[in-house]
Design a binder for this molecule. Structure first.
Ligand code: AGP
Length: 610
């Protein structure tokens, strides 16, 4: 899970590469490097650490040329170090490669190449690729790359340069994303669109097994078997400013504040004018097929999985279809029972998460229809699913997902209503009531955001603790799990989310004097039961912050130390509001601990390795 970028044209390629890598740093940031054709041949600069370290290095060791490739790394094979950083090269230093993905058979290839005299200097799988290409080179770089990738197993998006053919940049994709940017007398490659958007809005999105040969004047597309192909140009109609901070201190804060817009955009065009029905034109299933669904599997990772937990309750209660939820990394290893009438819903912000993609493929292999909920048009998940509901949250840059999660919830509300309506389970009146409440959500989120400052003091107090608990029942438990993940990933405070009624079966032993407990008390039918569980932790010395519906805060305050109220909505819709205070709390706790909010340690935005 790394970022790659490449340029061939007449500009100073170093500038294009560094700017592109800045946009890709969310994909990994433990080292960075570039390779550029200079007057002295192919030169490489690389450095462990953030991109800024590479920029410093370039000040002392400048490099100039108009063709180059760059890389920002998230370590998989080999620790973050200068030598393990990309670009990698062969022994002759005539070939240079940047790679995103994992070569699963790299040890076998390494052994074979070593026997032929190749000497390896790094611990990476990528170095094997540069040696393999060198080994397969007999005067034509395109053939050499084609021959090399045929011998590789695993996932790769590659940018390849050779000093023997300095007017070519070769790019190839299998199971890792790669786009080709088309300019005038210049062309680009990038792991995703923001990396090259400053220079062009016209791109080709490569599919698995496809490659591109870029020169200054054009792009030739072909398969890795050598068959020439043509593709439609994808015109990007969103701009870079949307992907930048717009005055906020951090991307995460900006993205939290973008949620009202993301809710509106995700609903837009999907509700009939009279507000009595949901219109999901993107779902290509006939009414007969929709009625024939006998079970649903929701499969995703991390935050997207937590959205799926809410989705389960939403679909089961509205459409009365049994739903199972699985984390994608486990799904295909448990031999799930998939029948032709199973609908598999995969949820992924990036649409590139390797585990989710593998689960999607497993589901399709077993004959299921796959519906994707994703935020990235043209992503792998979007292209491979049968039906796609796009969440129009806009680019999400912070590693901690916020607006993508809440727009996934909106997508689930729409889907739940649609399934219920098409299967004759919901009356127009019920749809109308839920839709009316959904339309109010953006304003209600705005009112929570207006009080965001209130959380600073609570978060600062929380940040002094090493352990913390989130509790809730029903949908509150689903949201508690998301709140806990958010806090862990950016504040590095250990926290656990517990079904409030389950604490007493063991975990209550961990409650001691002063330990912070965040209790969600928004599900009114479970209200008294949750209050009893709060009393259990209070009695053991916990300091409890309650999140309660407006109108209930006075009552809840009798059982907790502090309370924050959220606007009242229908119980099913509450997660779209109750998660917002938890996002803000995590943000401030991370700041109070002096962490890098947008790029937490050990993580990357898009996890394209299994
Ligand atoms: C969210 O804050 C996390 N960074 C992470 O759990 C993320 O949701 C997960 O990796 C799935 O990503 P995806 O939605 O792009 O598939």
């Amino acid at each position: 899970m790394c970022g790659i970028v490449g340029y061939i044209g007449n500009r100073d390629s170093k500038e294009v590469l560094i700017e592109g890598l800045k946009k890709l740093e969310y994909r990994g940031y433990d080292s960075a490097g570039i390779a550029v054709f200079t007057d002295n041949g192919l030169e490489i600069r690389k450095s462990k650490g953030r991109l800024a370290m590479l920029e410093d290095k370039l000040k002392n060791e400048p490099i100039a040329g108009s063709v180059g490739i760059g890389h920002t790394r998230w370590a998989t094979h080999g620790k973050p170090s200068d030598v393990n950083s990309h670009p990698h090269t062969d022994n002759s230093s005539k070939f240079s490669v940047v790679h995103n993905g994992i070569v699963e058979n790299y040890l076998d290839l390494k052994e074979e190449l070593s026997a032929k005299g190749h000497i390896f200097v790094s611990e990476t799988d990528t170095e094997v690729i540069s040696h393999l290409i060198a080994d397969e080179y007999h005067g034509d770089i395109v053939t050499a790359v084609q021959r090399a990738v045929k011998r590789m197993r695993g996932a790769y998006a590659l940018g390849v340069l050779t000093e023997y053919e300095p007017t070519k940049l070769v790019a190839v994709r299998f199971a890792s994303p790669l786009v080709i940017g088309i300019g005038e007398n210049e062309n680009f490659i990038g792991s995703d669109i923001p990396a090259i958007l400053e220079y062009t809005r016209n791109v080709y999105i490569l599919n698995d097994g496809e490659m591109a040969v870029l020169t200054r004047s054009g792009v030739e597309l072909m398969t890795t078997n050598g068959d020439i192909i043509s593709k439609e140009i994808f015109h990007v109609d969103w701009d870079l400013v949307t992907a930048e901070k717009a005055g906020f201190e951090h991307f995460m804060l900006k993205e939290i504040h973008e949620q009202p817009k993301a809710y509106r955009d995700t609903m837009m065009g999907r509700i009939s004018e009279d507000g009595k029905s949901v219109v999901l034109k993107e779902i290509g299933m006939s009414n007969e097929q929709l009625r024939g669904i006998s079970r649903i599997h929701i499969v995703a990772c991390g935050t997207a999985f937590h959205a799926g937990l809410v989705g389960k309750t939403v679909i089961e209660s509205l459409a009365r279809i049994p739903v199972e939820t699985d984390v994608a990394s486990e799904y295909r290893y448990r031999s799930p029972i998939i029948t032709p009438d199973t609908l598999v819903i995969v949820v992924s912000q990036s649409g590139e998460t390797a585990d989710t993609l593998a689960a999607l493929r497993e589901a399709k292999r077993n004959g299921a229809r796959v519906l994707a909920i994703t935020n990235v048009v043209g992503s792998s998940v979007a292209r491979e699913a049968d039906d796609v509901i796009t969440t129009w949250a806009g680019p999400e840059i912070a590693v901690a997902s916020t607006k993508a999660y809440t727009s996934q919830l909106i997508a689930f509300y729409l889907l739940g209503l649609y399934l219920a309506q098409e299967r004759g389970m919901a009356q127009a009146q019920q749809v109308e009531e839920i839709v009316a409440a959904m339309h109010k959500l953006p304003e209600q989120v705005e009112s929570i955001l207006e009080q965001a400052e209130l959380f600073k003091t609570v978060a600062e107090a929380m940040s002094k603790h090493d352990n913390l608990f989130f509790i809730g029942r029903g949908l509150d438990f689903a949201v508690a799990q998301e709140g806990s993940l958010k806090l862990k990933e950016i504040s590095y405070i250990h926290s656990e989310a517990y079904a409030a009624g389950e604490l007493k079966h063991g975990t209550l032993a961990l409650i001691e004097d002063g330990i912070p407990v965040i209790a969600l008390v928004t599900q009114e039918d479970l209200y008294e039961k949750t209050l009893s569980n709060i009393k259990e932790v209070k009695a053991r010395g916990a300091h409890v912050l309650g999140i309660a519906n407006a109108g209930y805060e006075g009552e809840v305050l009798k059982s907790v130390d502090e309370v924050f109220s959220i606007p009242r909505t229908l119980p099913l819709l509450t997660p779209a509001l109750s998660v917002v205070p938890l996002q803000i709390l995590s943000y401030h706790a991370s700041l109070a601990r002096g962490n890098d909010v947008d790029k937490p340690r050990n993580l990357a935005k898009s996890v394209t390795v299994e």
